[in-house]
Design a protein. Structure first.
Length: 190
């Protein structure tokens, strides 16, 4: 289990995509002891209603803590602002200023507060983090849905194959990829 992580809107939207299976609510707390979400990223979770509802429940129960830079002390705010500016140069298009803003705010906050894990389902984000933020001090690593499933497959997280497969499908991913490459049935741990 991870000590601390900050979550992105896309991960919440994908994991929360079912009314029947509340995987955002059930699985996210199994992944990390402390979970944070930047208020800008939270504002991006508007659909589906199941994801909004599960996220609100997690926040109401204190399982996810909403954060933003306004509460930072001056020293941490300087780190936040510098990290934000580094990311802004490569992640934010001036013609679409809100695109990637949730990720940018979340990553800058993580850098300022020493949160080592960013839970997202963005595939190509780690190289940007490595080039713009990671210096060997308070580095940030992305964890994606596939990483959560791999941790369950190796026994690091106590989540069954059946639940992982359902999560994979709810997140809009292909069944045959799960069955043939991610967690083949002949390799099943129950």
């Amino acid at each position: 289990m991870i000590d601390k992580m900050i979550v992105d809107a896309d991960l919440c939207i994908k994991m929360g995509g079912s009314n029947k299976y509340r995987y955002l609510y059930d699985i996210l707390p199994l992944v990390s002891h402390e979970i944070y979400m930047h208020t800008h990223a939270y504002g991006e979770v508007m659909m589906p209603p199941s994801a909004v509802s599960q996220l609100k429940d997690l926040i109401a129960e204190g399982k996810i803590v909403l954060v933003n830079e306004n509460g930072l002390n001056p020293k941490d705010r300087v780190v936040f602002d510098a990290a934000y500016q580094n990311l802004e140069r490569v992640m934010i298009d001036p013609h679409k200023p809100n695109k990637n803003k949730g990720e940018t705010c979340s990553l800058a906050y993580a850098k300022a507060m020493g949160i080592p894990v960013f839970a997202t389902d963005e595939m190509n984000l780690q190289p940007i983090i490595d080039s713009q933020l990671n210096t060997g001090i308070d580095d940030i690593t992305c964890i994606r849905i596939i990483d959560i499933i791999e941790k369950a497959h190796t026994g690091e997280l106590q989540i069954s194959r059946k639940v992982c497969k359902a999560l994979w499908l709810i997140a809009g991913k292909k069944k045959d990829v799960f069955d043939n490459f991610i967690w083949p049935i002949d390799n099943t741990r129950v």
